[in-house]
Design a protein around this ligand. Structure first.
Ligand SMILES: [Zn+2]
Ligand SMILES: [Zn+2]
Length: 352
């Protein structure tokens, strides 16, 4: 079926209206009419070819909320008319150890991205949520239990939410734990909300003093301006966990120094150029860890969505029409958004 979308034929051309093909649904597929799609930094990097390997034409978008139009004959967990979510993945091998453990995001044979992933469908790769409709295997579709008026602000949970929730859970954030969140952007603002809701003592790190009150409003117990050496020194050796949502290359030692014995600094972003080599002595004295984490598996993504519905947690968003996507990208690059753009996909009706 042909649907309206927004995409680009190459990295140098701004996104514009195009029509794309969606496959006819198979027995295990669900057809979802998309209502909202969050705008992630990965969309911009991929569309503009800033990471190697973008497949064109590129239609980004992996924070998708929509309504089920039809279900295949073997679909058992979902029904027509249900509100559902689709995140960063639409496929994985299903049989490796990671997939069997519900960690499709670490599939040993490579998971299939919601966009820019290999696909048997036209045009040979997956195309994402900047479109009217998407066809997704049931296994990768998520239940949404938030109230109807929250749905646009739920969309960013599908990437920004799970990217922070998964490491918070894995490293045991909760009551009695001191958790740092570095960088108050799309990821970081969700990290603050989730760590707070999990019961941890939350400290937000920012380079801009102007974000201090924002961080407190999001749920931080304390805010540290990371350029202020005295403020940083006051926290040396005190953290159980620090989530680092800053992808630009930076000095990690400033944060490993703040970890307590057995503490972990967990990197959520991949820098364009490597971070300076960490001071390994600083890790050895204190049995500290520098680790990484990538989104989360499907069962944990459902757990996160249910946790957020129960606690009334959504993303802070600014709605846009698809026609404003390039302006949104430019503003996102300048961190000029509090804290996530979400596309009203109804605006695709007039596109193409
Ligand atoms: Zn993303
Ligand atoms: Zn697998």
């Amino acid at each position: 079926m042909k649907v309206n979308a927004y995409g680009t034929p190459n990295g140098a051309t701004p996104l514009g209206p195009i029509q794309i093909d969606r496959r006819e649904p198979g027995p295990k597929d669900i057809v979802v009419d998309i209502a909202f799609c969050g705008v992630c930094h990965s969309d911009l990097h991929t569309a503009r070819g800033e990471w190697d390997g973008t497949k064109y034409p590129c239609v980004p978008g992996h924070e998708i909320i929509g309504t089920i139009r039809t279900v295949g004959g073997e679909v058992s967990k979902f029904a027509v008319g249900e509100t559902v979510g689709i995140g960063c993945m639409v496929g994985s091998c299903g049989h490796c150890g990671s997939c069997k453990a519900g960690l499709e995001n670490y599939c040993e044979n490579g998971w299939i991205g919601t966009y820019n992933g290999d696909s048997a469908d036209s045009p040979g790769h997956t195309q994402g949520g900047y479109s009217q409709t998407i066809v997704v295997p049931e296994h990768f579709v998520l239940k949404i239990r938030h109230s109807h008026d929250q749905l646009n602000a739920v969309a960013p949970l599908l990437c920004a939410g799970i990217t922070t929730y998964s490491p918070l859970k894995h490293w045991g954030a909760g009551p009695g734990k001191k958790v740092g969140i570095v960088g108050i952007g799309g990821l970081g603002h969700m990290g603050i909300k989730l760590a707070h809701a999990l019961g941890a003592h939350v400290v937000a790190f920012t380079t801009s003093p102007s974000k201090r009150q924002d961080a407190l409003d999001l749920g931080a117990d304390e805010v540290v301006v990371s350029r202020n050496e005295d403020e940083m020194a006051a926290h040396v050796g005190s953290f159980d966990l620090i989530l680092d949502a800053v992808s630009a290359s930076h000095d990690l030692d400033a944060f490993t120094a703040l970890l307590h014995r057995d503490g972990a600094l967990v990197l959520l972003g991949v820098p364009d150029t490597p971070h300076p080599t960490p001071d390994f002595g600083g890790l050895v004295f204190g049995r500290k860890t520098i680790a990484g984490s990538l989104i989360g598996g499907i069962p944990e993504t459902q757990e996160m969505l249910d946790f957020c519905a129960e606690h009334g947690i959504v993303s802070d968003i600014e709605m846009i029409q698809i026609q404003d996507i390039e302006t949104a990208y430019d503003r996102m690059q300048k961190s000029d958004v509090r804290y996530r753009f979400v596309i009203d996909n109804a605006s695709l009706e007039s596109a193409a």
